[in-house]
Design a binder for this molecule. Structure first.
Ligand SMILES: CC(=O)SCCNC(=O)CCNC(=O)[C@H](O)C(C)(C)COP(=O)(O)OP(=O)(O)OC[C@H]1O[C@@H](n2cnc3c(N)ncnc32)[C@H](O)[C@@H]1OP(=O)(O)O
Ligand SMILES: O=C([O-])CC(=O)C(=O)O
Length: 381
């Protein structure tokens, strides 16, 4: 590459490939899965929208039954996989670190049930289906509890919450949880999805691509902003401290997590839905105070960044934590819960990438020393 070449730092605006899974309209603040606006999809079960994203259409009742049955059977961890996971988790790393390490192992010992897809797709589906039980096991190992019994419910959200919290959730909690998971399914060429596509482009197996994507999601500029935003609200403490906190962040270059987005120039449409849900769910004093603090941080941030070349607004991560806490999900499991949903979106992109593959290999503008000779030197030894 010559020195006159233009560098697209962060690949902003670079169209790297086509996709038919989701459309992100950053100017209008709209998101569509396979053509359907997300606002219309929040009325469907998670398993239905997952089917839409991965397979391209909403399932009829018979297929939904088949998919929910598959997720239940496939989602149960084989004994040896569970034992490996338990040993790894006991090292005490963050659940996302353990989950990434175990992801390829989750593909071992597949069940007899399949969804009639290719071997590669079935591998990805299996890893994604097993994430909820894997998280419950990580939680049990870290807390030194016995492994939770595998729930009888075929409903994805009910099973997930029961696995993670140890309690049978209310119907309202299941609905709210599934809406959140629907909103997290897919989002164009975000960093973790692009990672999955890069790994897939080398023809590495889906389980390797999913593990790599988990690594990308765990960064605070991407998926881990959910835990980060909530911890920031805890640090701020009270709404009246928000203005000074934002001033300090902007003066020192510290990122206010959960604010700003590469694509959206207006509020992220998912953030609007999640904020309303967080408001409805935060009845308990601590969660209400966290919500009010976040709201004050958002107002101060929007005001203090109004002179920037770009409008910076709340993204999906900002209010999500309050909803998660209300559902009984501890903050260390926010990003892993995001991964549990996004894994299906990653799979949709893995399938798309494999269908029309070319290795992803951009060019670099070399800025190191000009070619030179090391000069004469005595041979060592
Ligand atoms: C599911 C998700 O992944 S959603 C995103 C989750 N991530 C976060 O919430 C982390 C906080 N946000 C950010 O770091 C960024 O906004 C990102 C990573 C989301 C997007 O990054 P970019 O597209 O490179 O940011 P962008 O070019 O729009 O930033 C413009 C300016 O605003 C600043 N800015 C952007 N977001 C923030 C923020 N949250 N806090 C402080 N300043 C910010 C940038 O530093 C830049 O400043 P400059 O013009 O003085 O250089
Ligand atoms: O699109 C992005 O860059 C990040 C995001 O919102 C997502 O992955 O959901």
């Amino acid at each position: 590459m010559t020195a006159s070449a233009e560098v697209h730092k962060g690949l902003e605006g670079v169209i790297a490939d086509t996709t038919s899974t989701s459309l992100v309209d950053g100017e209008a603040g709209a998101l569509y899965y396979r053509g359907y606006p997300i606002e219309s999809l929040v009325n469907y079960r998670f398993a239905e929208v997952m089917h839409l994203v991965v397979f391209g259409d909403l399932p009829d009742p018979r297929r939904l039954n088949e998919v929910e049955d598959y997720l239940w059977h496939a989602g149960r961890l084989p004994a040896e996989v569970a034992a490996t996971l338990r040993v790894l988790a006991r090292n005490g790393a963050h659940p996302m670190v353990t989950l990434q390490a175990i992801a390829p192992i989750l593909a071992l010992e597949p069940p007899a049930q399949r969804l009639g897809r290719t071997d590669e797709e079935e591998e990805g589906l299996l890893v994604a289906a097993r994430i909820p039980a894997a998280l419950a096991l990580i939680n049990a190992a870290l807390e030194d509890h016995p492994e939770p019994a595998y729930p009888v419910s075929r409903r994805y959200g009910e099973r997930y919450l029961q696995l993670l919290t140890g309690k049978l959730p209310s119907a309202e909690a299941v609905e709210a949880f599934e809406v959140m998971q629907v909103l997290q399914l897919d989002h164009g060429f975000n960093a973790s999805t692009f990672t999955a596509r890069v790994v897939t482009s080398t023809l590495a197996p889906p389980a390797s691509a999913l593990a790599a994507a988990m690594g990308a999601l765990y960064g605070p500029l991407h998926g881990a902003a959910d835990q980060g935003a909530l911890e920031m609200a805890m640090e701020v403490g009270e709404p009246q401290h928000a203005r000074a906190f934002v001033t300090q962040c902007l003066a020192t270059g510290r990122k206010v997590l959960g604010m700003g987005h590469r694509e959206y120039r207006v509020v992220d449409p998912r953030a609007k839905i999640l904020k309303a849900m967080a408001e409805r769910s935060a009845t308990e004093f601590t969660n209400r105070r966290l919500l009010n603090t976040l709201s004050a941080v958002e107002a101060a941030f929007v005001e203090q960044t109004s002179a920037k070349r770009r409008a910076l607004r709340a993204n999906m991560e900002f209010y999500k934590g309050v909803l998660c806490l209300s559902l009984g999900i501890a903050k260390e499991y926010f990003t892993a819960t995001f991964a549990a949903s996004r894994a299906f979106g990653w799979l949709a992109h893995i399938v798309e990438q494999r269908q029309d593959n070319r290795i992803i290999r951009p060019a670099a503008l070399y800025v190191g020393p000009a070619p030179r000779e090391p000069g004469a030197r005595q041979k060592v030894g």
